[in-house]
Design a protein around this ligand. Structure first.
Ligand code: MG
Length: 203
């Protein structure tokens, strides 16, 4: 499986990163070795001094597809979850400065903690899913899919022009504003609505 991540999909986050609001979706990938499951602890990597959390709604692809039309995209995911797109912000800044790819900053082992999934059918409105991240019990980031620049279906249509989706692939759909550094000893808890679906320690 592969992990597709959408960048700059919330205008306020693009602003806090001093990035332009994109005219079309920005995406990058993480390998399957980035996944961190079952609330396992995350070990702070040696190569960064500025590791940021980005809490994101995650779609799980339920069937293979290529060149998926936006009007049919809803047929390609049945489950929705929440995860963290860990980012070594200092490493990313150096990559950006030199115009180099971001993989070192984004695709490292354990950089994609993933929580439990909920059936899509349990949501009354996919365009108004509220979610948040607590760090050590205090609210750190909160968002709603109302503010997505590119909807779930438009992301799938766009990305599938370039990359074939397979069953089990994950799409991290972008983070709202409020990204910040984590440190060893922090406990991260991710919620959709009031449901805690992912909780782990940074060591
Ligand atoms: Mg992200």
């Amino acid at each position: 499986m592969k992990i597709i991540c959408i960048g700059r999909n919330y205008a306020e986050h693009a602003k806090e990163m001093k990035s332009e609001v994109p005219a079309e979706p920005v995406f990058f990938m993480k390998p399957d070795t980035a996944l961190l499951k079952d609330n396992e602890a995350f070990f702070y990597p040696e190569f960064t001094k500025d590791l940021h959390h980005e809490v994101e709604i995650v779609l799980k692809i339920s069937k293979a597809g290529k060149h998926i039309e936006e009007k049919f995209a809803h047929k390609y995911y049945e489950e929705i979850g929440i995860g963290i797109d860990f980012t070594a912000r200092d490493v990313q800044a150096r990559c950006k400065e030199k115009g180099l790819p971001w993989e070192k900053a984004k695709a490292f082992d354990g950089s994609a903690p993933i929580g439990k999934f909920l059936p899509k059918s349990s949501f009354s409105d996919l365009n108004n899913i509220s979610f948040h991240l607590n760090v050590n019990g205090e609210l750190r980031q909160k968002g709603t899919t109302k503010d997505l620049l590119f909807s779930f279906d438009s992301i799938i249509a766009y990305v599938s022009q370039f990359v074939t989706f397979k069953t089990g692939d994950l799409i991290y759909t972008g983070t709202p504003e409020g990204v910040a550094a984590v440190k060893a000893g922090d406990r991260l808890s991710c919620f959709i609505g009031e449901q805690n679906l992912l909780e782990f320690d940074v060591k």
